[in-house]
Structures are given as C-alpha cells and as structure tokens.
Design a protein around this ligand. Structure first.
Ligand code: HPA
Length: 264
C-alpha cells in the first residue's frame, strides 16, 4: 500500500472508494457538493500534486455524492509544471488502492468547434496525444503496453448524454488534443489541430487517462470550454480569462456529475 493510502486510512478510517474526481482550472466549486467530507492537504500525502497552479485547489476531499464514496482531487499536477508526464501516478495509484473503480476527469479547454463555444461542455470521446510524451515511458513491465481503444468508457458516455438531455444541458462529444503547454497554441497550431481531427485543445488529462487505463480504471472525462482556440475569435486568451470563464461550465458540471456518480 502506498504511504499516501496509509495516511488516508489513518485519517478517514477503513474507507473504500467507489470513484474519484479530478477538478480542472476554475472548477473547484464542485468540491462544495460533497457531503460528510474530510479535507486532507496534498502536502500531507506523499506523491500528491505539489506546487500548484492558480485556480486549482490543494486538497484531497473524501466524502459522499449520489450515495457513493467519492474522492475529489481539487487540483492536479500538469506536465508543464515540472516536466514529468507521470506526475499524477502516485495519486492515481493511491486512489486505485483505496478501491476506486471509476476516474472522472475535468479540465478547462479551448474549443476548435465554432458551434461549441465558451461556457459549453465537451464530453471527451477520444484523444490525440500531440505532445508525444507518455507517462509510461520507463515503466519496466508489460503493463506499459496499454490498449487505448475505448479508453473513454462507452457506457459512462451514453449515461452522460442521457443525463444531460434530462437536465437540458447541451453536451457535445469530441476529440481532445493534448499540448504540453504552458504557452497557449499559436493560431497556426490551432488550424493544424482542426485538420488533425481535434474538437478541443488543452494541457492536461491525457497522461491521467493513460495511467488510469493501466490501473484498470474506467475513465470519464469532460472539458469545460473557456475560449475558442487561438485565432478563432477576437478574445484574448489568458489564464485569467480561463479561470473566469470556467465558472459557467462548472455550473453545468455541478449538475451533471452528481447524477452521473449516482448512476455509476
Ligand atoms: N489551449 C490550451 N489549454 C487551454 C486553453 C487553450 O486554448 N483554454 C483552456 N485551457
């Protein structure tokens, strides 16, 4: 058992998690919806995200949502912070050891689809790892040969579409392209990403999906669209703007995710 898993057990007792949720930039409001929660600072959990990006939280929350035991990481570690694509591995291994079967990932992203603009959601159906990086480089066992077909669980996607239509939330599904960041893309890179078949671009999530599939977790991921990709609109792209715009998507995710967790 990881050191962090032992620490968590010491604090919350013999908990078995059903699912875990990772919150992207500006999406921390989702943590407010967890009931009977205990907050553990990442700094007390060996291998959990250190440093941090503004707009992200720094706690692991454990509580209940929709009748399920849920852990929420109020922030994540990105490749661009330290140059390690496997930075989320200890946290994800810990959550898996504590029983997590399903990993729910959220992020803020730029849209490549003019019909799905800021304030909307995009359910991730597949991804393109444009960074060329991989969190499993250096993994010495055959576990590294992860099958990435159907990585985004088809049943969970179907359930989210059902729930979204019941709640009157528009939910497009598309392909997420991972750029390492932290600089935003150029307009030419955005044109390339469109030609490659992307629907949204962002700087996270993909390494977590690869790790989670190695760990045998079911994966669900959704982007909150905060801006159009560079050059597709006149708005100025910035991290400040991302954090402000994420609030609209967060409100939708706040309705969608509890219903999805209940249905897991
Ligand atoms: N590009 C990359 N990451 C992002 C963007 C973007 O336009 N918006 C929010 N995160």
């Amino acid at each position: 058992m990881t050191k962090a898993a032992k620490t968590i057990r010491q604090i919350v007792g013999d908990v078995t998690l059903d699912a875990a949720l990772v919150l992207g930039s500006g999406l921390s409001a989702l943590g407010d919806d967890l009931k009977d929660k205990v907050a553990i600072p990442f700094s007390e959990l060996k291998g959990f995200p250190s440093g941090g990006v503004s707009g992200h939280g720094r706690d692991l929350l454990i509580g209940t949502m929709g009748g399920k035991r849920l852990a929420i990481l109020t922030g994540r570690q990105h490749y661009y912070e330290h140059g390690n694509p496997a930075a989320m591995r200890p946290a994800l291994e810990t959550l898996a050891e504590l029983g997590t079967k399903t990993l729910l990932l959220t992020n803020s992203a730029g849209s490549l689809d003019r019909a799905n603009g800021p304030g909307e959601l995009m359910l991730i159906g597949d991804h393109i790892n444009f960074s060329g990086l991989n969190p499993l480089i250096g993994e010495p066992t055959d576990r590294r040969f992860v099958n990435m077909t159907g990585a985004y669980d088809a049943e969970l996607r179907a359930k989210s579409h059902e729930i979204a239509s019941q709640l009157g939330i528009a939910l497009k599904e598309g392909v997420y392209i991972w750029y390492s960041g932290p600089s935003f893309e150029t307009p030419a890179e955005i044109q390339m990403a469109i030609r490659l078949g992307g629907d949204a671009v962002g700087m996270s999530t993909v390494p977590e999906v690869i790790l989670a599939r190695m760990l045998g977790l079911k994966v669900w991921a959704c982007s909150s669209i905060t801006n159009m990709g560079a050059g597709l609109s006149d708005e100025q792209i910035s991290h400040e703007h991302t954090k402000i715009m994420a609030v609209q998507g967060a409100e939708k995710l706040r309705k969608l995710i509890p219903a999805l967790v209940e249905a897991i």
